[in-house]
Write a protein that binds this ligand. Sequence first.
Ligand SMILES: NC(=O)C1=CN([C@@H]2O[C@H](COP(=O)(O)OP(=O)(O)OC[C@H]3O[C@@H](n4cnc5c(N)ncnc54)[C@H](OP(=O)(O)O)[C@@H]3O)[C@@H](O)[C@H]2O)C=CC1
Ligand SMILES: CC(=O)[C@@H](O)[C@H](O)COP(=O)(O)O
Ligand SMILES: [Mn+2]
Length: 428
Amino acid sequence: MSAQSFSFPLSEGPGASGAPRRVALIGSTGSIGTQGLDVIAKAPGRFTAVALSGGSNLELLARQAVATRAEAVGSAAGTTAQLAAALDAACATASVPRSGAGAYRPELFTGPEAAAAIAGWPDADVVLNGITGSIGLAPTLAALDAGHLLALANKESLIVGGALVKDAAAPGQIVPVDSEHSALAQALRSGGEREVARLIVTASGGPFRGRARAELATVTPEQALAHPTWDMGRVVTTNSATMVNKALEVIEAHLLFDIPLERIEPVVHPQSIVHSMVEFVDGSIMAQASPPDMRLPIALGIGWPHRVPGAASAVDFTQAAQWTFEPLDEDTFGAIRLAKQAAAASPTHMAVYNAANEEAVEAFHDRRIGFLDIVDAVAAVVEDYDAAAVTGGELSVEAVLAAEAWARRHARARWSGPSRDRGNGHNA
Ligand SMILES: NC(=O)C1=CN([C@@H]2O[C@H](COP(=O)(O)OP(=O)(O)OC[C@H]3O[C@@H](n4cnc5c(N)ncnc54)[C@H](OP(=O)(O)O)[C@@H]3O)[C@@H](O)[C@H]2O)C=CC1
Ligand SMILES: CC(=O)[C@@H](O)[C@H](O)COP(=O)(O)O
Ligand SMILES: [Mn+2]
Protein backbone atom coordinates (compact mmCIF):
# COMPACT_ATOMS: atom_id res chain seq x y z
CA MET A 1 0.00 0.00 0.00
CA SER A 2 1.43 3.37 -0.84
CA ALA A 3 -1.16 6.09 -1.40
CA GLN A 4 -3.42 4.60 1.25
CA SER A 5 -1.08 3.57 4.02
CA PHE A 6 -3.86 3.74 6.60
CA SER A 7 -1.82 5.92 8.92
CA PHE A 8 -4.05 9.01 8.85
CA PRO A 9 -2.97 11.17 11.79
CA LEU A 10 -6.40 11.38 13.43
CA SER A 11 -6.36 11.95 17.19
CA GLU A 12 -6.53 8.56 18.79
CA GLY A 13 -10.21 9.15 19.43
CA PRO A 14 -12.06 6.64 21.56
CA GLY A 15 -10.16 5.78 24.65
CA ALA A 16 -7.13 8.03 24.24
CA SER A 17 -8.55 11.49 24.92
CA GLY A 18 -11.51 10.03 26.77
CA ALA A 19 -13.91 11.68 24.33
CA PRO A 20 -16.02 9.61 21.94
CA ARG A 21 -15.24 9.98 18.24
CA ARG A 22 -17.82 12.27 16.57
CA VAL A 23 -19.46 10.72 13.55
CA ALA A 24 -21.38 12.29 10.66
CA LEU A 25 -23.57 9.78 8.80
CA ILE A 26 -24.43 10.35 5.16
CA GLY A 27 -27.35 8.15 4.12
CA SER A 28 -28.31 7.57 7.74
CA THR A 29 -31.74 6.22 6.74
CA GLY A 30 -30.36 3.42 4.55
CA SER A 31 -28.95 -0.02 5.22
CA ILE A 32 -25.40 1.17 5.99
CA GLY A 33 -26.66 4.26 7.84
CA THR A 34 -29.03 2.43 10.16
CA GLN A 35 -26.39 -0.20 10.93
CA GLY A 36 -23.91 2.61 11.57
CA LEU A 37 -26.30 4.16 14.08
CA ASP A 38 -26.69 0.74 15.70
CA VAL A 39 -22.91 0.42 16.08
CA ILE A 40 -22.76 3.93 17.59
CA ALA A 41 -25.66 3.30 19.99
CA LYS A 42 -23.97 0.15 21.29
CA ALA A 43 -20.62 1.88 21.91
CA PRO A 44 -21.52 5.25 23.50
CA GLY A 45 -18.08 5.65 25.06
CA ARG A 46 -16.38 5.36 21.68
CA PHE A 47 -18.73 7.11 19.26
CA THR A 48 -21.38 9.79 19.15
CA ALA A 49 -23.48 10.78 16.12
CA VAL A 50 -23.21 14.53 15.58
CA ALA A 51 -24.66 15.01 12.10
CA LEU A 52 -27.09 13.03 9.93
CA SER A 53 -28.15 13.24 6.32
CA GLY A 54 -30.82 11.30 4.45
CA GLY A 55 -32.87 11.32 1.27
CA SER A 56 -36.64 11.14 1.14
CA ASN A 57 -37.43 9.28 4.36
CA LEU A 58 -37.93 12.40 6.50
CA GLU A 59 -39.87 10.60 9.19
CA LEU A 60 -37.05 8.12 9.93
CA LEU A 61 -34.41 10.84 9.63
CA ALA A 62 -36.27 12.97 12.20
CA ARG A 63 -36.60 10.05 14.60
CA GLN A 64 -32.88 9.32 14.26
CA ALA A 65 -32.07 12.99 14.87
CA VAL A 66 -34.17 13.15 18.02
CA ALA A 67 -32.72 9.87 19.33
CA THR A 68 -29.12 10.98 18.79
CA ARG A 69 -29.64 14.71 19.40
CA ALA A 70 -27.55 15.30 16.27
CA GLU A 71 -26.33 18.89 15.96
CA ALA A 72 -27.00 19.06 12.22
CA VAL A 73 -29.57 17.30 10.03
CA GLY A 74 -29.74 17.32 6.24
CA SER A 75 -32.23 16.01 3.73
CA ALA A 76 -31.82 15.93 -0.03
CA ALA A 77 -35.53 15.59 -0.66
CA GLY A 78 -37.63 17.74 1.64
CA THR A 79 -37.90 21.48 2.18
CA THR A 80 -36.68 23.04 5.42
CA ALA A 81 -40.30 23.45 6.52
CA GLN A 82 -41.02 19.76 5.87
CA LEU A 83 -37.91 18.68 7.76
CA ALA A 84 -38.82 20.98 10.67
CA ALA A 85 -42.34 19.55 10.72
CA ALA A 86 -40.95 16.00 10.79
CA LEU A 87 -38.75 17.03 13.73
CA ASP A 88 -41.76 18.56 15.51
CA ALA A 89 -43.61 15.26 15.17
CA ALA A 90 -40.64 13.13 16.25
CA CYS A 91 -40.01 15.37 19.26
CA ALA A 92 -43.69 15.24 20.26
CA THR A 93 -43.60 11.42 20.13
CA ALA A 94 -40.43 11.28 22.22
CA SER A 95 -41.59 14.03 24.63
CA VAL A 96 -38.59 16.17 23.71
CA PRO A 97 -39.15 19.97 23.81
CA ARG A 98 -38.68 21.97 20.59
CA SER A 99 -38.61 25.32 22.38
CA GLY A 100 -37.62 26.66 25.77
CA ALA A 101 -35.19 25.02 28.18
CA GLY A 102 -33.59 21.81 26.89
CA ALA A 103 -35.13 22.30 23.45
CA TYR A 104 -33.82 20.28 20.53
CA ARG A 105 -33.00 22.77 17.71
CA PRO A 106 -30.48 21.22 15.28
CA GLU A 107 -29.12 23.14 12.31
CA LEU A 108 -31.06 22.10 9.19
CA PHE A 109 -29.88 21.68 5.60
CA THR A 110 -32.09 20.71 2.68
CA GLY A 111 -31.67 20.26 -1.05
CA PRO A 112 -28.94 18.85 -3.25
CA GLU A 113 -26.11 20.42 -1.20
CA ALA A 114 -27.33 19.04 2.13
CA ALA A 115 -25.29 15.81 2.12
CA ALA A 116 -22.05 17.69 1.43
CA ALA A 117 -22.85 20.21 4.18
CA ILE A 118 -23.30 17.35 6.65
CA ALA A 119 -20.12 15.60 5.42
CA GLY A 120 -18.19 18.80 6.02
CA TRP A 121 -19.77 19.45 9.41
CA PRO A 122 -16.89 21.05 11.33
CA ASP A 123 -17.64 19.32 14.62
CA ALA A 124 -17.23 15.80 13.14
CA ASP A 125 -14.11 13.62 13.33
CA VAL A 126 -15.30 10.83 11.04
CA VAL A 127 -17.76 10.67 8.15
CA LEU A 128 -19.54 7.41 7.30
CA ASN A 129 -20.58 7.82 3.65
CA GLY A 130 -23.45 5.36 3.16
CA ILE A 131 -25.29 7.17 0.39
CA THR A 132 -26.14 5.20 -2.76
CA GLY A 133 -24.72 6.10 -6.15
CA SER A 134 -22.33 8.62 -7.63
CA ILE A 135 -24.34 11.37 -5.92
CA GLY A 136 -21.99 10.45 -3.05
CA LEU A 137 -19.06 12.19 -4.79
CA ALA A 138 -19.79 15.65 -3.36
CA PRO A 139 -20.00 14.43 0.28
CA THR A 140 -16.87 12.33 -0.19
CA LEU A 141 -14.94 15.37 -1.40
CA ALA A 142 -16.46 17.57 1.33
CA ALA A 143 -15.42 15.14 4.07
CA LEU A 144 -11.86 14.95 2.72
CA ASP A 145 -11.68 18.72 2.30
CA ALA A 146 -12.81 19.22 5.91
CA GLY A 147 -9.97 16.95 7.05
CA HIS A 148 -12.27 14.27 8.45
CA LEU A 149 -11.52 10.55 8.39
CA LEU A 150 -13.73 9.06 5.66
CA ALA A 151 -15.24 5.64 6.39
CA LEU A 152 -16.30 4.85 2.84
CA ALA A 153 -19.16 2.52 2.01
CA ASN A 154 -20.20 4.59 -1.03
CA LYS A 155 -17.80 2.92 -3.47
CA GLU A 156 -19.29 4.82 -6.42
CA SER A 157 -17.75 8.13 -5.34
CA LEU A 158 -14.24 6.68 -5.38
CA ILE A 159 -14.83 4.91 -8.67
CA VAL A 160 -16.26 7.88 -10.57
CA GLY A 161 -13.87 10.37 -8.97
CA GLY A 162 -10.80 8.14 -9.31
CA ALA A 163 -7.63 10.19 -9.05
CA LEU A 164 -9.66 13.26 -8.06
CA VAL A 165 -10.71 11.56 -4.84
CA LYS A 166 -7.31 9.99 -4.24
CA ASP A 167 -5.54 13.32 -4.70
CA ALA A 168 -7.95 15.00 -2.28
CA ALA A 169 -7.16 12.43 0.43
CA ALA A 170 -4.22 12.49 2.84
CA PRO A 171 -2.51 9.10 3.23
CA GLY A 172 -4.86 6.83 5.12
CA GLN A 173 -7.70 9.38 5.23
CA ILE A 174 -10.02 6.94 3.45
CA VAL A 175 -10.84 3.76 5.33
CA PRO A 176 -12.88 1.21 3.39
CA VAL A 177 -16.18 -0.02 4.83
CA ASP A 178 -17.13 -2.19 1.85
CA SER A 179 -16.73 -5.68 3.34
CA GLU A 180 -14.17 -6.92 0.81
CA HIS A 181 -11.98 -3.85 1.10
CA SER A 182 -12.19 -3.81 4.88
CA ALA A 183 -11.02 -7.44 4.70
CA LEU A 184 -8.15 -6.48 2.38
CA ALA A 185 -7.13 -3.55 4.60
CA GLN A 186 -7.05 -5.90 7.58
CA ALA A 187 -5.06 -8.57 5.72
CA LEU A 188 -2.63 -5.94 4.42
CA ARG A 189 -1.75 -5.04 7.99
CA SER A 190 0.34 -8.21 7.99
CA GLY A 191 2.65 -7.43 5.07
CA GLY A 192 4.45 -4.65 3.22
CA GLU A 193 3.59 -3.31 -0.22
CA ARG A 194 6.40 -5.16 -1.97
CA GLU A 195 5.32 -8.48 -0.47
CA VAL A 196 1.86 -8.43 -2.06
CA ALA A 197 1.36 -10.73 -5.05
CA ARG A 198 -2.42 -10.54 -5.60
CA LEU A 199 -5.64 -9.31 -4.08
CA ILE A 200 -8.38 -11.93 -4.19
CA VAL A 201 -11.84 -10.37 -3.96
CA THR A 202 -14.59 -12.76 -2.96
CA ALA A 203 -18.08 -12.68 -4.51
CA SER A 204 -21.15 -14.46 -3.20
CA GLY A 205 -22.16 -15.20 -6.80
CA GLY A 206 -25.51 -13.51 -6.18
CA PRO A 207 -28.92 -15.09 -6.71
CA PHE A 208 -28.10 -16.33 -10.22
CA ARG A 209 -24.86 -18.18 -9.50
CA GLY A 210 -24.42 -21.18 -11.79
CA ARG A 211 -26.97 -20.03 -14.37
CA ALA A 212 -26.21 -19.79 -18.09
CA ARG A 213 -26.81 -16.50 -19.91
CA ALA A 214 -29.93 -17.80 -21.67
CA GLU A 215 -31.50 -18.58 -18.30
CA LEU A 216 -31.16 -14.95 -17.21
CA ALA A 217 -33.24 -13.37 -19.97
CA THR A 218 -36.53 -13.47 -18.08
CA VAL A 219 -35.47 -13.15 -14.43
CA THR A 220 -37.51 -10.59 -12.50
CA PRO A 221 -36.55 -7.70 -10.23
CA GLU A 222 -37.90 -9.72 -7.29
CA GLN A 223 -35.55 -12.59 -8.13
CA ALA A 224 -32.63 -10.20 -8.57
CA LEU A 225 -33.30 -8.72 -5.12
CA ALA A 226 -33.22 -12.12 -3.39
CA HIS A 227 -29.56 -11.92 -2.35
CA PRO A 228 -28.36 -15.20 -0.85
CA THR A 229 -26.32 -13.77 2.03
CA TRP A 230 -26.66 -9.99 2.49
CA ASP A 231 -29.60 -7.69 3.24
CA MET A 232 -28.73 -4.43 1.44
CA GLY A 233 -30.25 -1.54 -0.48
CA ARG A 234 -31.83 -2.04 -3.90
CA VAL A 235 -29.03 -0.77 -6.14
CA VAL A 236 -26.14 -2.68 -4.57
CA THR A 237 -28.29 -5.83 -4.38
CA THR A 238 -29.13 -5.60 -8.07
CA ASN A 239 -25.46 -4.95 -8.80
CA SER A 240 -24.58 -8.13 -6.94
CA ALA A 241 -26.90 -10.07 -9.24
CA THR A 242 -25.34 -8.64 -12.42
CA MET A 243 -21.76 -8.76 -10.98
CA VAL A 244 -21.50 -5.01 -11.55
CA ASN A 245 -20.93 -4.81 -7.80
CA LYS A 246 -17.89 -7.07 -8.12
CA ALA A 247 -16.71 -5.07 -11.12
CA LEU A 248 -16.92 -1.82 -9.13
CA GLU A 249 -15.15 -3.54 -6.24
CA VAL A 250 -12.22 -4.67 -8.37
CA ILE A 251 -11.72 -1.05 -9.48
CA GLU A 252 -12.26 0.13 -5.88
CA ALA A 253 -9.50 -2.23 -4.68
CA HIS A 254 -7.16 -0.96 -7.40
CA LEU A 255 -7.77 2.66 -6.36
CA LEU A 256 -7.56 2.05 -2.62
CA PHE A 257 -4.51 -0.17 -2.53
CA ASP A 258 -2.56 0.83 -5.67
CA ILE A 259 -2.37 -2.74 -6.94
CA PRO A 260 -2.51 -3.11 -10.76
CA LEU A 261 -5.82 -4.41 -12.11
CA GLU A 262 -4.22 -7.55 -13.53
CA ARG A 263 -3.25 -8.57 -9.99
CA ILE A 264 -6.79 -8.28 -8.60
CA GLU A 265 -8.94 -11.35 -9.09
CA PRO A 266 -12.48 -12.25 -8.14
CA VAL A 267 -13.41 -15.67 -6.80
CA VAL A 268 -16.88 -16.95 -5.94
CA HIS A 269 -17.42 -17.89 -2.31
CA PRO A 270 -21.14 -18.49 -1.82
CA GLN A 271 -21.12 -18.43 2.00
CA SER A 272 -19.79 -14.81 2.27
CA ILE A 273 -17.67 -15.69 5.31
CA VAL A 274 -14.25 -15.01 3.79
CA HIS A 275 -14.59 -11.38 2.76
CA SER A 276 -11.40 -11.22 0.67
CA MET A 277 -7.78 -12.32 0.75
CA VAL A 278 -4.27 -11.07 0.12
CA GLU A 279 -1.76 -13.43 -1.47
CA PHE A 280 1.85 -12.64 -0.64
CA VAL A 281 4.90 -13.33 -2.80
CA ASP A 282 5.85 -16.47 -0.86
CA GLY A 283 2.47 -18.07 -1.61
CA SER A 284 0.99 -17.28 1.79
CA ILE A 285 -2.61 -16.07 1.81
CA MET A 286 -4.15 -13.95 4.56
CA ALA A 287 -7.95 -14.04 4.67
CA GLN A 288 -10.41 -12.14 6.84
CA ALA A 289 -13.38 -14.24 7.91
CA SER A 290 -16.54 -13.40 9.84
CA PRO A 291 -20.26 -14.09 9.36
CA PRO A 292 -21.88 -11.64 6.91
CA ASP A 293 -22.63 -8.61 9.10
CA MET A 294 -21.75 -5.08 7.98
CA ARG A 295 -21.57 -3.86 11.56
CA LEU A 296 -18.05 -5.27 11.75
CA PRO A 297 -16.53 -3.27 8.86
CA ILE A 298 -18.61 -0.22 9.81
CA ALA A 299 -17.31 -0.29 13.39
CA LEU A 300 -13.74 -0.79 12.22
CA GLY A 301 -14.17 1.94 9.61
CA ILE A 302 -15.39 4.62 12.01
CA GLY A 303 -13.11 3.44 14.81
CA TRP A 304 -10.02 2.90 12.63
CA PRO A 305 -7.42 1.70 13.51
CA HIS A 306 -9.07 0.31 16.62
CA ARG A 307 -11.34 -2.71 16.70
CA VAL A 308 -14.63 -2.36 18.56
CA PRO A 309 -15.17 -5.25 20.99
CA GLY A 310 -18.43 -7.10 20.32
CA ALA A 311 -19.13 -5.25 17.07
CA ALA A 312 -20.34 -8.51 15.52
CA SER A 313 -20.38 -12.25 16.22
CA ALA A 314 -17.43 -14.42 15.24
CA VAL A 315 -17.68 -17.68 13.28
CA ASP A 316 -19.00 -20.46 15.51
CA PHE A 317 -16.71 -23.46 14.97
CA THR A 318 -18.82 -25.71 17.20
CA GLN A 319 -21.20 -25.93 14.21
CA ALA A 320 -20.20 -27.93 11.14
CA ALA A 321 -19.73 -25.65 8.16
CA GLN A 322 -18.28 -25.67 4.67
CA TRP A 323 -16.53 -22.76 3.02
CA THR A 324 -16.35 -23.29 -0.72
CA PHE A 325 -14.69 -21.44 -3.57
CA GLU A 326 -15.21 -21.61 -7.32
CA PRO A 327 -14.14 -19.60 -10.38
CA LEU A 328 -16.36 -16.73 -11.45
CA ASP A 329 -18.07 -17.32 -14.83
CA GLU A 330 -16.84 -14.19 -16.60
CA ASP A 331 -18.45 -15.21 -19.90
CA THR A 332 -21.96 -15.21 -18.46
CA PHE A 333 -21.20 -12.26 -16.19
CA GLY A 334 -19.15 -9.89 -18.37
CA ALA A 335 -19.35 -6.84 -16.11
CA ILE A 336 -15.88 -7.26 -14.60
CA ARG A 337 -14.04 -7.59 -17.90
CA LEU A 338 -15.94 -4.57 -19.19
CA ALA A 339 -15.01 -2.49 -16.12
CA LYS A 340 -11.32 -3.36 -16.41
CA GLN A 341 -11.39 -2.20 -20.05
CA ALA A 342 -13.27 0.98 -19.16
CA ALA A 343 -10.94 1.83 -16.26
CA ALA A 344 -7.97 1.57 -18.61
CA ALA A 345 -9.59 3.65 -21.37
CA SER A 346 -9.74 7.16 -19.84
CA PRO A 347 -10.13 8.85 -16.43
CA THR A 348 -13.88 9.37 -16.99
CA HIS A 349 -14.84 6.03 -18.52
CA MET A 350 -15.75 4.53 -15.15
CA ALA A 351 -18.06 7.49 -14.46
CA VAL A 352 -19.80 6.60 -17.71
CA TYR A 353 -19.91 2.90 -16.79
CA ASN A 354 -21.39 3.64 -13.38
CA ALA A 355 -23.92 6.25 -14.57
CA ALA A 356 -25.16 3.97 -17.35
CA ASN A 357 -25.52 1.18 -14.82
CA GLU A 358 -27.45 3.38 -12.35
CA GLU A 359 -29.88 4.31 -15.11
CA ALA A 360 -30.21 0.71 -16.30
CA VAL A 361 -30.87 -0.58 -12.79
CA GLU A 362 -33.72 1.94 -12.44
CA ALA A 363 -35.08 0.94 -15.85
CA PHE A 364 -34.94 -2.74 -14.90
CA HIS A 365 -36.91 -2.08 -11.72
CA ASP A 366 -39.39 0.00 -13.74
CA ARG A 367 -39.70 -3.06 -16.00
CA ARG A 368 -38.61 -1.13 -19.04
CA ILE A 369 -35.70 -3.47 -19.73
CA GLY A 370 -34.77 -7.04 -18.89
CA PHE A 371 -31.99 -8.26 -16.64
CA LEU A 372 -29.48 -8.95 -19.42
CA ASP A 373 -30.15 -5.51 -20.89
CA ILE A 374 -28.51 -3.90 -17.83
CA VAL A 375 -24.92 -4.89 -18.60
CA ASP A 376 -25.59 -4.85 -22.35
CA ALA A 377 -26.63 -1.19 -22.01
CA VAL A 378 -23.55 -0.36 -19.94
CA ALA A 379 -21.35 -2.01 -22.60
CA ALA A 380 -23.03 -0.12 -25.44
CA VAL A 381 -22.83 3.27 -23.70
CA VAL A 382 -19.19 2.74 -22.73
CA GLU A 383 -18.41 1.66 -26.29
CA ASP A 384 -19.96 4.84 -27.74
CA TYR A 385 -18.25 7.16 -25.27
CA ASP A 386 -15.61 9.51 -26.64
CA ALA A 387 -13.86 11.04 -23.63
CA ALA A 388 -11.97 13.62 -25.67
CA ALA A 389 -15.18 14.88 -27.28
CA VAL A 390 -17.24 15.02 -24.06
CA THR A 391 -14.67 16.21 -21.51
CA GLY A 392 -11.59 17.16 -23.52
CA GLY A 393 -9.94 14.13 -21.90
CA GLU A 394 -9.62 15.97 -18.57
CA LEU A 395 -10.36 14.80 -15.05
CA SER A 396 -12.16 17.37 -12.92
CA VAL A 397 -15.46 17.40 -11.04
CA GLU A 398 -17.00 19.20 -14.02
CA ALA A 399 -15.62 16.55 -16.41
CA VAL A 400 -17.05 13.74 -14.28
CA LEU A 401 -20.45 15.44 -14.18
CA ALA A 402 -20.37 16.02 -17.95
CA ALA A 403 -19.42 12.39 -18.60
CA GLU A 404 -22.19 11.20 -16.29
CA ALA A 405 -24.80 13.46 -17.88
CA TRP A 406 -23.78 12.20 -21.32
CA ALA A 407 -23.99 8.57 -20.16
CA ARG A 408 -27.38 8.99 -18.47
CA ARG A 409 -28.82 10.63 -21.59
CA HIS A 410 -27.47 7.93 -23.89
CA ALA A 411 -28.57 5.11 -21.62
CA ARG A 412 -32.12 6.50 -21.27
CA ALA A 413 -32.43 6.95 -25.01
CA ARG A 414 -32.17 3.16 -25.32
CA TRP A 415 -35.46 2.59 -23.51
CA SER A 416 -37.37 5.87 -23.79
CA GLY A 417 -41.07 5.41 -24.40
CA PRO A 418 -43.70 3.49 -22.44
CA SER A 419 -42.82 0.43 -20.33
CA ARG A 420 -42.78 -2.64 -22.47
CA ASP A 421 -43.78 -6.20 -21.70
CA ARG A 422 -40.71 -8.25 -20.89
CA GLY A 423 -42.72 -11.44 -20.76
CA ASN A 424 -41.74 -12.08 -17.15
CA GLY A 425 -45.23 -11.74 -15.70
CA HIS A 426 -44.33 -8.76 -13.53
CA ASN A 427 -44.99 -5.81 -15.75
CA ALA A 428 -46.46 -2.61 -14.40
N1 LIG B 1 -25.90 -2.21 2.47
C1 LIG B 1 -24.76 -2.86 2.55
O1 LIG B 1 -24.64 -3.85 3.25
C2 LIG B 1 -23.57 -2.38 1.76
C3 LIG B 1 -23.61 -1.21 1.05
N2 LIG B 1 -22.49 -0.75 0.42
C4 LIG B 1 -22.53 0.51 -0.30
O2 LIG B 1 -23.02 1.50 0.60
C5 LIG B 1 -23.80 2.47 -0.11
C6 LIG B 1 -25.20 2.52 0.49
O3 LIG B 1 -25.83 1.28 0.31
P1 LIG B 1 -27.16 0.91 1.11
O4 LIG B 1 -27.06 1.41 2.50
O5 LIG B 1 -27.35 -0.54 0.89
O6 LIG B 1 -28.25 1.73 0.30
P2 LIG B 1 -29.73 2.14 0.76
O7 LIG B 1 -30.51 2.26 -0.48
O8 LIG B 1 -30.22 1.23 1.81
O9 LIG B 1 -29.54 3.57 1.42
C7 LIG B 1 -29.18 4.70 0.65
C8 LIG B 1 -29.14 5.94 1.51
O10 LIG B 1 -28.83 7.05 0.67
C9 LIG B 1 -29.89 8.02 0.77
N3 LIG B 1 -30.05 8.65 -0.53
C10 LIG B 1 -30.44 8.07 -1.67
N4 LIG B 1 -30.46 8.97 -2.68
C11 LIG B 1 -30.05 10.13 -2.15
C12 LIG B 1 -29.83 11.43 -2.68
N5 LIG B 1 -30.06 11.72 -3.96
N6 LIG B 1 -29.37 12.39 -1.84
C13 LIG B 1 -29.15 12.12 -0.53
N7 LIG B 1 -29.34 10.90 0.01
C14 LIG B 1 -29.78 9.93 -0.78
C15 LIG B 1 -31.11 7.25 1.19
O11 LIG B 1 -32.04 8.11 1.81
P3 LIG B 1 -33.64 7.79 1.90
O12 LIG B 1 -33.77 6.32 2.14
O13 LIG B 1 -34.06 8.63 3.07
O14 LIG B 1 -34.23 8.23 0.61
C16 LIG B 1 -30.47 6.26 2.16
O15 LIG B 1 -30.21 6.89 3.39
C17 LIG B 1 -23.78 2.03 -1.58
O16 LIG B 1 -22.73 2.68 -2.23
C18 LIG B 1 -23.48 0.54 -1.50
O17 LIG B 1 -22.85 0.04 -2.64
C19 LIG B 1 -21.30 -1.43 0.45
C20 LIG B 1 -21.23 -2.62 1.12
C21 LIG B 1 -22.35 -3.19 1.82
C1 LIG C 1 -21.59 -6.57 1.95
C2 LIG C 1 -20.88 -6.06 0.79
O1 LIG C 1 -19.76 -5.60 0.90
C3 LIG C 1 -21.52 -6.15 -0.52
O2 LIG C 1 -20.86 -5.33 -1.48
C4 LIG C 1 -21.46 -7.58 -0.91
O3 LIG C 1 -20.15 -7.87 -1.24
C5 LIG C 1 -22.38 -7.91 -2.01
O4 LIG C 1 -22.30 -9.25 -2.28
P1 LIG C 1 -21.73 -9.86 -3.62
O5 LIG C 1 -20.44 -10.53 -3.27
O6 LIG C 1 -22.81 -10.80 -4.01
O7 LIG C 1 -21.54 -8.75 -4.61
MN1 LIG D 1 -18.86 -5.37 -1.03
